[in-house]
Design a protein around this ligand. Structure first.
Ligand code: SF4
Length: 246
């Protein structure tokens, strides 16, 4: 390893440790072990459309996923298809016990075809790692699969047009718990008249699946110096970990 690479790795480690300190992480987490026979993430060969790992799926399930991904990639059901470079279906372990749902792809996601890969995505990755998981062990998706212009909030008719895709993803994955990142995902999953500040930090339900609403990582980016917000997110994630252990 040359000096430059070593320095970059040390800098990344320092940034990560500082972030954990701000979150209030005072221990290293081992991911909760699943109860029962449900398969965990495994290092299996990616499917032909590599937007997730198969995690022990049957051929029928893999075929179902491939059809779903193809539909998303070709979808023109709302005007957002006109401005996209590519749709962003989601990625991760298709048998994940923990699923994260955000709002919509941004510029970096639109370019790379992957969810949460910009600055907010890096924060989400650190949160996932602080919980003791890798990105490959969880599933990450958005309510909306194509980037809205200038990253504006998706419109109700766009959410309505796109929602069958997320619903099918949840149905196929059957996660043990969903983390709703931000207001759009929280409103979609919980359909509650309450405000985000009332809902945040308390489990709701989506079709029998516990949903933990928390702040969107981009809100953390916008409030980078605010350690209280980071700590609140970490408190929410600790509740998720407790539930996964039970
Ligand atoms: S946002 Fe959803 S509904 Fe609209 S074009 Fe993209 S995939 Fe289709």
């Amino acid at each position: 390893m040359n000096e430059k690479v070593r320095a970059e790795k040390l800098e990344e480690l320092k940034t990560q440790l500082e972030f954990y300190r701000d979150l209030g992480v005072d221990f290293l987490v081992s991911p909760p072990k699943p109860k029962g026979p449900r398969p965990e993430a495994r290092a299996e060969a990616p499917l032909p459309l590599s937007y997730g790992s198969s995690g022990g799926q049957s051929a029928a399930e893999q075929g179902e996923w491939e059809r779903l991904i193809r539909k998303i990639m070709a979808c023109q059901a709302c005007p957002l298809f006109k401005g996209r470079k590519q749709a962003v279906p989601g990625e991760g372990n298709r048998r994940a016990r923990l699923m994260f749902v955000g709002e919509a792809p941004g510029r970096d996601e639109d370019l790379q075809g992957k969810p949460f890969v910009g600055r907010a995505g890096q924060l989400l990755t650190r949160i996932i790692q602080a919980m003791g998981f890798s990105r490959e062990e969880v599933y990450i998706a958005n309510v909306i699969k194509c980037r809205p212009p200038e990253n504006r909030t998706p419109k109700p008719d766009e959410i309505k047009a796109c929602s069958p895709f997320l619903l099918r993803q949840i149905e196929l994955i059957q996660p043990r718990v969903i983390v709703a990142l931000g207001k759009v995902a929280t409103d979609f999953l919980l359909q509650s008249p309450k405000s985000m500040s009332e809902l945040r930090g308390h489990f709701g339900q989506f079709q029998g699946i516990p949903v933990m609403p928390t702040f969107h990582p981009s809100y953390l980016v916008r409030n980078e110096g605010n350690k209280e917000i980071k700590k609140m997110v970490w408190e929410d994630m600790k509740k998720v970990l407790e539930l996964l252990k039970s």
